[in-house]
Design a protein around this ligand. Structure first.
Ligand SMILES: NC(=O)c1ccc[n+]([C@@H]2O[C@H](COP(=O)([O-])OP(=O)(O)OC[C@H]3O[C@@H](n4cnc5c(N)ncnc54)[C@H](OP(=O)(O)O)[C@@H]3O)[C@@H](O)[C@H]2O)c1
Length: 273
């Protein structure tokens, strides 16, 4: 297969995580054009001969950067309109666009990039920074044959889950896009509760954080679902049962989480409007 020409628009946190993964992927034969206005943090990427970094599209065009097979859109949603206006000869009719921006729909992009532009929409999350993200991927009909390449590009930052209905993206954002923050809050809340229960702060923090990472790893490793893992550590009349009586009350964690996820989904819909 010929070398794939990939342009990455925006090389911040997510863009850098993806680029690191792409450069480490021995099965990916690609050349990269990176468009990033403040590239001081990208010294590590300049060392790779298949990477060319430009401060904007004009600089890339002036330097003769080639037409892209795929342009990955990794700028903040509020920058997107301005950022995608200047591709010029960096794209042609066959160029596909892979967006990871929250709330930016394929129809919004097609209005600006052309009705026939192949567009793929993905929603990653922050554990992508250590290759442990989960990314939902939606391919519109015009981009169906690019799903394998998009999956390869996104797999470098974690697992990829295909979705066949773009309308699910708001709920995906509310569960996995924003989800790491819920778990970070859980670590904070357990630490605070440990201090209230009499533990020194440093010890409470260490115990809470190790418990959450350990329990996460156990979910990943175990065959049983989380509900069974929970039951396995809950003896009748014991300490865990006492805590779960509180957490599983009608106004407990499930109803709180439901309200939180609904709020995030509603906000995602608003941002995409
Ligand atoms: N971080 C997450 O957890 C997460 C999760 C899911 C989805 N996403 C999506 O991923 C995208 C990137 O997020 P991020 O966290 O990586 O943001 P980020 O760190 O701010 O990265 C965006 C980068 O794009 C650069 N940029 C701004 N305008 C540009 C332009 N016109 N052309 C090229 N590059 C430009 C920014 O430079 P300056 O900093 O100089 O402006 C910045 O380096 C967002 O759309 C976000 O919705 C992020």
């Amino acid at each position: 297969m010929a070398t794939v020409q990939i342009t990455l628009l925006g090389c911040g946190k997510m863009g850098s995580a993806m680029l690191k993964g792409w450069l480490a992927d021995r099965d990916l034969d690609a050349q990269f054009t990176i468009i990033e206005p403040y590239a001081d943090h990208l010294g590590w990427a300049r060392a790779h001969k298949q990477v060319a970094i430009y401060k904007d599209c004009n600089a890339a065009i002036t330097a003769g950067a080639p037409v892209s097979a795929v342009i990955v859109l990794a700028v903040k949603p509020q920058m997107m309109d301005e950022a995608i206006a200047a591709f010029g000869p960096l794209r042609d009719d066959n160029t596909a666009f892979l967006t990871i921006a929250a709330g930016i729909s394929t129809s919004w992009l097609k209005t600006r990039l052309g009705a026939h532009a192949p567009v793929l929409r993905a929603m990653p999350n922050t554990p992508a920074a250590i290759g442990k993200g989960v990314t939902a991927l939606y391919c519109d009909a015009a981009a169906a044959d690019l799903a394998a390449l998009a999956t390869q590009l996104l797999r470098t930052i974690g697992i990829v889950v295909p979705i066949d209905d773009e309308a699910l993206m708001d709920a995906v954002t509310a569960v996995s896009g924003s989800g790491p923050a819920y778990v970070f809050l859980m670590a904070e809340a357990m630490t605070e509760a440990g201090v209230s229960a009499g533990l020194p702060a440093a010890l409470a923090k260490q115990l809470a954080e190790a418990t959450i990472t350990g329990a996460g790893a156990l979910i990943e490793a175990a065959v049983e679902p989380p509900s069974i893992l929970r039951e396995n550590v809950t003896s009748k009349g014991g300490t865990t049962a006492a805590a779960l009586m509180v957490l599983m009350a009608d106004d407990g964690l499930s109803s709180l989480m439901e309200r939180a996820v609904q709020a995030a989904k509603k906000r995602s819909v608003e941002l995409g409007a």
